[in-house]
Design a binder for this molecule. Structure first.
Ligand code: SF4
Length: 319
């Protein structure tokens, strides 16, 4: 029998992602707060990239946009610290064949080169927020952190499809930075993306903690011109299969094609209303006390889950 669990009042954006992947993994990670047996190196390198993309807009090193070596070193130091922390916590760090350190160097160099990055004016960077959705008398609270809200001159966005017709020479773009596996950026994928939905709701209705003192007192009330998933891995050439190894695995070599990097979607006031039922139902699911092993059916257990041992042990002993 599972112990009685306290309800999560403020559901974090990352918990929405976790409950959708595997409810049982969510239980171990977000409720029991167990340490995973391992983490993939790529998640640490990605977190270090996020830190770089934050630091370059917030620090006094703004004159270093041409100094890619400085930023690569910044990223490498941050990654090393994260790795050492895992070792100190007794968590194994698994290496990843999927994306290598040299790929991150190229991603940093390309990030620095893009005028839509270099000449953007930061408005919100890594800003914590809270908001609620009211159903009857009940308030469903959510929280998270906005990656970047930037003011960008339209001339730097000319090459992108679906940027519409701004009536000013600059636009406000909210963007979520991704370094993970390539994903399909279809219209439906962008429109229903949980992260973008939560962030767009927060920008319009949320309270922000801009003083970093947990005050959550600033009402931004903003609908940006567009939201973007900034897929920094698109700065690398897409790989193509060029044959097979002796063991049957495919040989991947860089092709000639790069993706567009930023993928835009608009969110109107009406769109924000439409996402409320889904967010409320996820809030209820998180606090339902029922945590099924969805990851097994989704093939997530072996490569992506650091809770395999406890999950299997519980299955055999408690169910
Ligand atoms: S081992 Fe599989 S089913 Fe169990 S928690 Fe992990 S992902 Fe979920």
């Amino acid at each position: 029998m599972q112990p009685r669990l306290n309800k999560i009042q403020y559901v974090h954006k990352s918990q929405l992602n976790n409950i959708k992947k595997c409810s049982r993994q969510f239980l171990y990670k977000d409720i029991y707060k167990l340490k995973p047996e391992f983490v993939n190196e790529s998640s640490l390198t990605g977190s270090a990239f996020h830190r770089f993309a934050e630091e370059i807009y917030l620090s006094d090193k703004q004159d270093k946009w041409d100094d890619w070596k400085y930023w690569v070193q910044f990223w490498a130091n941050d990654f090393q610290k994260r790795k050492e922390q895992c070792v100190a916590d007794g968590i194994d760090v698994g290496t990843s064949e999927d994306i290598k350190s040299e790929d991150f160097v190229e991603m940093i160099v390309e990030f620095l080169k893009q005028p839509y990055n270099r000449f953007a004016e930061p408005v919100l960077i890594e800003a914590k927020f809270r908001f609620y959705i009211k159903v009857g008398k009940k308030k469903y609270w959510f929280e998270g952190t906005i990656d970047q809200l930037l003011k960008i001159e339209v001339k730097y966005l000319q090459g992108f499809p679906f940027i519409g017709k701004p009536n000013k020479d600059y636009v406000y773009i909210h963007r979520d930075i991704k370094t993970g596996n390539r994903r399909s950026m279809s219209e439906i994928g962008l429109t229903t993306d949980d992260n973008i939905n939560v962030y767009s709701y927060a920008l319009r209705y949320g309270l922000f903690d801009l003083k970093h003192d947990n005050s959550y007192s600033v009402f931004v009330s903003h609908i940006p011109f567009a939201h973007a998933i900034y897929y920094t891995r698109d700065h690398l050439k897409y790989k193509k299969n060029t044959g097979k190894n002796e063991d049957g695995s495919y040989v991947h070599k860089p092709g000639d094609y790069k993706g567009q990097a930023m993928y835009f979607v608009k969110k109107s006031q009406e769109d924000l209303k439409m996402m409320e039922p889904e967010l409320v139902s996820l809030h209820n699911k998180i606090n339902s006390g029922i945590y099924t092993r969805d990851g097994a059916a989704n093939n997530l257990c072996d490569r992506f889950c650091g809770f395999k041992k406890v999950c299997l042990h519980d299955w055999r002993t408690n169910g």
